[in-house]
Design a protein around this ligand. Sequence first.
Ligand code: SF4
Ligand code: SF4
Length: 85
Amino acid sequence: MLVQTIMKNKTKQVKYQAVIAADECKGCERCVNACPKSVLQMGREFNFMGFPYAVYVGEGCIGCGACFYTCPEPGAITIVKVTGD
Ligand code: SF4
Ligand code: SF4
């Protein structure tokens, strides 16, 4: 039972993802340039202020926080921890 529990815990992966609040983004691209995994890019659409906004490509975020700390707009980026299987 204990072994099963340990093995189950070992297979659990912690994943992260970046969530961009499109209407808070000013399109400065700092996060895109700061990301060591190149998982952020500028989207082709515009937010309500007329700025293009950053988007997360959907995979590969390591939760380092570089995008969060470089972003000048409070609330534009949130890093979310996702527990996988
Ligand atoms: S937390 Fe790190 S890896 Fe994830 S999107 Fe931000 S800069 Fe990239
Ligand atoms: S650093 Fe912040 S304001 Fe600049 S593009 Fe990224 S999310 Fe938008």
